[in-house]
Design a protein around this ligand. Structure first.
Ligand code: HEC
Length: 131
């Protein structure tokens, strides 16, 4: 007899878990989840975000970097993963891009993002991203 309630229970659980998902919602902007390169306007918005995001690395990363490198820095399409870089790698590469140096074949895409970064922001991003 007990088992008669089982399907109801399953339905309730499914509904509940669906609610959970909905409540969390997608916390990321669309640009961050598509593999397409950002438009010029999106890139400009990310460059501008550097100035307003402050030194908090997670905020800065989400607003200025995730659009190209992915929400978890896993890399998107032609944009490299940052997941395996050391703290020192991230720091030295950001300093190189900021100085206008060529690091890889697509440094021109990265340079405008690195230009406005402060020493504090680079250090915070290196600690946040580097392993
Ligand atoms: C417009 C897209 C774009 C945005 C936004 C962007 N990057 Fe990049 N990033 C790139 C590309 C493309 C490369 C590879 C450049 C090259 O070939 O040298 C790169 C390379 C890097 C590298 C070196 C990776 C390696 O393996 O050597 C680091 C570190 C990095 N980005 C960090 C960041 C951080 C931190 C931000 C946010 C402040 C950011 N990027 C925002 C496109 C972007």
């Amino acid at each position: 007899m007990k088992f008669n309630h089982y399907p109801l229970l399953v339905a309730a659980l499914v509904l509940l878990s669906a609610c959970g998902e909905g409540a969390k919602g997608p916390a990321t902007p669309d640009a961050a989840v598509t593999a397409a390169p950002p438009t010029a306007a999106e890139t400009t918005a990310m460059v501008d975000a550097v100035a307003t995001a402050g030194d908090e690395a997670s905020v800065l990363y989400t607003r200025a970097c995730a659009g190209c490198h992915g929400v978890t820095a896993e890399g998107v399409g032609e944009f490299p993963s940052l997941a395996k870089l050391s703290v020192k790698d991230v720091e030295s590469r950001l300093q190189a891009y900021r100085a206008g140096e060529t690091v890889g074949p697509k440094s021109a895409l990265m340079a405008p993002l690195a230009k406005p970064l402060s020493d504090e922001q680079i250090a915070a991003l290196a600690l946040y991203l580097g392993s």
